[in-house]
Design a protein around this ligand. Structure first.
Ligand SMILES: NC(=O)c1ccc[n+]([C@@H]2O[C@H](COP(=O)([O-])OP(=O)(O)OC[C@H]3O[C@@H](n4cnc5c(N)ncnc54)[C@H](O)[C@@H]3O)[C@@H](O)[C@H]2O)c1
Length: 445
């Protein structure tokens, strides 16, 4: 007997299927391009009209992905982009890549996910495959996404028969050039076996290695474990840094030394705090869910505490270094290098640089920043900084009482920093090659 699952599998295997991607940000855009490159017809949907607009013209708005990414879209071949969720009626598979932020009390905000689920439920036809990619706690796909889908469907649906639902975590690392959407192995967990098998068939197009796991919950939890693992290990090296500092031992040299062990150690590096969408936010999703089950999440909470304290520690260290030179921080000019949260990308979400600037301004310092990837700042969730990047000239460096390296973009001329800056507070070990030349003008923090 021909079932809806059988039909869909055939369309996925022959690449006849129309794959819709909802949410065309850091996760959704590369995925849309990957499905397109794999030969599928694709439909991109985003509530921000600027994104479909740009893609229709073949323009990519995420510079780290390169200009070529969106160029094939300009021809309109096998490609459409829109703000209209009603177009979901045409889709065979829908991949959901909308934000999963935190609310004001660090609680999960699943409103984007449930709103999207209702849009899909309202419009999609029987037999559609829905895959959630947005990071969330275990149980989200089954207990948040599915009820919203069913609730909004105009006629009753039976999961595993005429509605297929799976979770597949995104493992994108913007800016990393050694791995691509095709080469990063993809976990897939379904709410039932037919859903899992169809999701495996979907991703086998654009991804080399697709790994089915026992359930959507395993896939959801695996993603959060990956992010908690990073948050905890970064907190650990941040703590080790503060332990070693008064002993005069350089944590960077220690990590490099330990990393020569060929097994049982993996290097993580300290920094001025956490940034981006994943590590500062996702662990709290698990901690929140743990509370519902009255289970303590002490490692996660402790890592959060240590990592969130880092910007203040860095500013204390900067203030001490300035005051040793006779300049109170309230009279100082500080130039912050790097506003993005990691090198060579333009993403400033949750960037510790924003917190560093706020803390410096609170203490009365005059602050400027330089970041070739972020020409200006705008209002964000927790910060209301309106500033413009200054060029990194010898004069800008020499005029600053302190230069604070927050992000080690490769575009910065560190030799010029070493030559012209009066005092450098380096949170990224970017100035290691110039340490001898700089002497006590260089402070690692
Ligand atoms: N950025 C990363 O490196 C990364 C890595 C792995 C997982 N994730 C996860 O992926 C998810 C998306 O993250 P992102 O970084 O791509 O976010 P993003 O903010 O870059 O993109 C989200 C997009 O969704 C759009 N959107 C919001 N509501 C919508 C709706 N109802 N319909 C259609 N579009 C809508 C927004 O306009 C935006 O373009 C999050 O859950 C995040 O945790 C992110």
């Amino acid at each position: 007997m021909k079932t809806l699952a059988h039909d869909l599998r055939q369309r996925l295997q022959s690449r006849d299927a129309l794959v819709a991607v909802v949410g065309l940000g850091y996760v959704g855009l590369p995925l849309l391009a990957a499905f397109h490159r794999a030969g599928f017809r694709v439909l991109g949907i985003d509530t921000d009209p600027a994104k479909p607009d740009a893609l229709r013209r073949g323009l990519n708005y995420l510079p780290h992905l390169g200009d070529d990414l969106a160029r094939p879209f300009a021809s309109g071949q096998r490609f459409e982009a829109t703000t209209d969720h009603a177009r979901l009626a045409d889709a065979d598979a829908v991949v959901v890549c909308v934000p999963t932020p935190l609310g004001p009390h660090h609680e999960p905000d699943l409103s984007y996910v449930t709103r999207t689920a209702r849009d899909i439920g309202r419009h999609a036809r029987p037999g559609v495959l829905v895959v959630l990619e947005s990071t969330s706690y275990p149980g989200t796909t089954r207990h948040d996404l599915l009820p919203a889908l069913l609730d909004a469907s105009p006629s009753p649906r039976t999961p595993g028969v005429d509605l297929f639902v799976a979770f597949s975590p995104e493992r994108e690392d913007p800016g990393r050039t050694t791995h691509t959407t095709r080469t990063i192995p993809k976990l897939v967990g379904g709410l039932d076996d037919p859903s899992r098998d169809l999701a495996v068939a979907l991703y086998s197009g654009p991804v080399d290695t697709v790994i089915p796991v026992a359930s959507a919950e395993v896939a959801e939890a695996a993603k959060i474990l990956e992010n908690v693992f990073r948050a905890v290990n970064i907190a650990l090296v941040n703590e080790v840094k503060t332990i070693l500092e008064p002993m005069g031992v350089d944590v960077w040299e220690v990590i490099d030394a330990a990393a020569t062990k060929p097994f049982g150690f993996m290097p993580f590096y300290p920094g001025p705090g956490l940034g981006g969408h994943c590590i500062p936010i996702d662990p709290y999703y698990l901690a929140w869910k743990a509370r519902e089950h009255h289970t303590p999440a002490r490692f996660i909470e402790l890592a959060g505490e240590i990592n969130t304290a880092m910007p203040a520690r860095v500013i204390d260290r900067l203030a001490r270094a300035l005051s040793d030179r006779g300049t109170p921080v309230k009279d100082a000019r500080v130039l912050v290098l790097g506003l993005a949260y990691k090198p060579d990308i333009a993403d400033v979400r949750e960037s510790p640089s924003l917190e560093l600037i706020r803390l410096l301004k609170d203490r009365g310092a005059r602050v400027e920043y330089s970041d070739p990837h972020v020409p200006r700042t705008h209002r964000m969730r927790r910060h209301d900084l309106v500033m413009a990047s200054v060029p990194l000239t010898p004069k800008a460096l020499a005029d600053a009482d302190a230069v604070l390296i927050a992000t080690h973009h490769s575009a910065f001329d560190y030799a010029a920093v070493a030559r012209h800056a009066r005092l450098v507070i380096d949170t990224r070990n970017a100035m290691a090659p110039y340490a001898r030349e700089m002497g006590d003008r260089l402070v690692r923090a």
